[in-house]
Write a protein of this length. Structure first.
Length: 94
């Protein structure tokens, strides 16, 4: 008797990668809006913050005080999106 297990296919992995990449770009764009910043922040720092938030790493190259409450909300939203991505991968590959 064979036990069938779910196998992560290449297409689903690629879709997850593309969705996380698009989320990082969208997050950097949201953080670059004037309502999300208290001062001008370089794009590379915004992109690093977005990717770090999505991967639930939490590293930042700038102070959190550089963002308004709207910016804090965007960062928390990116953390939630990243958490959902990890749960999706874990659920898909079980």
């Amino acid at each position: 008797m064979q036990i069938k297990t779910k196998n992560c296919s290449f297409c689903s992995n690629r879709a997850l990668f593309i969705s996380l990449f698009a989320s990082a770009l969208a997050g950097a764009w949201l953080l670059s809006l004037s309502i999300a910043q208290t001062r001008a922040i370089p794009l590379i720092d915004l992109l690093f913050t977005a990717v770090s938030s999505i991967t639930v790493t939490g590293l930042m190259t700038i102070h959190l005080d550089s963002f308004t409450q709207v910016g804090h909300f965007f960062i928390l939203l990116l953390m939630q999106i990243g958490g959902w991505g990890f749960i999706t991968v874990a659920w898909r590959c079980i």
